[in-house]
Design a protein. Structure first.
Length: 257
């Protein structure tokens, strides 16, 4: 993507991207000078200027009889995107309530492949949920969806401030990653040795998300208050019978010669 395409992807579309880039290159300049460099008609340039002024990407200053355009620091783009994200997050509960109120039937979505799995995981960390619960198989932890994807999800979850309670099950893994961490808002327990889920389950709000093993390569997202309540009860029973991360670490140390 070139700079114009990247600006358009960030919401600075049409001639606004051309005008803003031209103003950045010129610095303080008249509308006519910027319009000429951007390849925009002078009449259109004034309309574009008004829109950019409204978004805070440029400012104007009067010097004698002439008006000059001053481009604002591109960091304003980031503030603009963050502001838009905050607005969406604030209204998200009401929008989801409207979405959930239609029909009363469970909503089931099936995704195939890595990109589909990433879609489900991104929705999960962008949901604004108060808590995330997970049951994850050690044997699949690094295979599906893979280390890089999990690391990306961890970073997004931490940035969103969502706490995670996770139960890991199956054969022990000697890679010492994603243990209990206050900084990463994660509390880990280990399921009883006899229990191995084989697939990963995530629970949040009224949703259950299943991530398959690498062999089957799919994600299943189900929005159902009843199913989520059932799975949550199962999670809490398993959580109560699982070993806290700290205790497992102490047991491992005691077993050393």
């Amino acid at each position: 993507m070139n700079l114009v395409e990247m600006l358009q992807a960030a919401g600075v579309d049409g001639h606004k991207a051309d005008f803003y880039l031209a103003s950045l290159e010129l610095g303080e300049a008249t509308v006519a000078t910027i319009a000429q460099k951007a390849g925009i008609g002078r009449t259109n340039a004034y309309e574009v200027l008004d829109r950019l002024l409204a978004t805070g990407l440029v400012a104007t200053v009067q010097k004698g009889a002439r008006s000059y355009v001053i481009p604002q620091d591109p960091i304003a783009l980031l503030r603009r995107v963050e502001c838009q994200r905050q607005v969406v997050q604030d209204v998200l509960p009401q929008l989801r309530a409207l979405h959930n109120s239609s029909g009363g039937k469970p909503q089931v979505r099936f995704f195939v492949g890595v990109e589909g799995i990433k879609t489900v995981l991104d929705e999960m960390v962008e949901s604004g949920t108060q808590e995330l619960r997970a049951i994850m198989s050690n044997s699949e932890l690094f295979r599906m969806p893979g280390y890089e994807t999990i690391a990306s999800v961890v970073a997004k979850r931490v940035k969103s401030g969502i706490p995670l309670r996770i139960i890991r099950c199956g054969p022990p893994d000697n890679r010492d990653l994603w243990r209990s961490s206050q900084r990463e808002r994660r509390t880990l327990r280990f399921a009883p040795e006899s229990f191995d889920a084989g697939v990963t389950t995530y629970l949040y709000d009224d949703r259950v998300a299943f991530i398959s093993s690498k062999a089957e390569h799919y994600a299943l997202s189900i929005q159902s208050a009843e199913l989520c309540a059932f799975q949550t009860n199962f999670f809490e029973i398993l959580w109560a019978s699982s070993t806290p991360d700290e205790e497992r670490s102490e047991l491992s140390l005691r077993s050393l010669p």
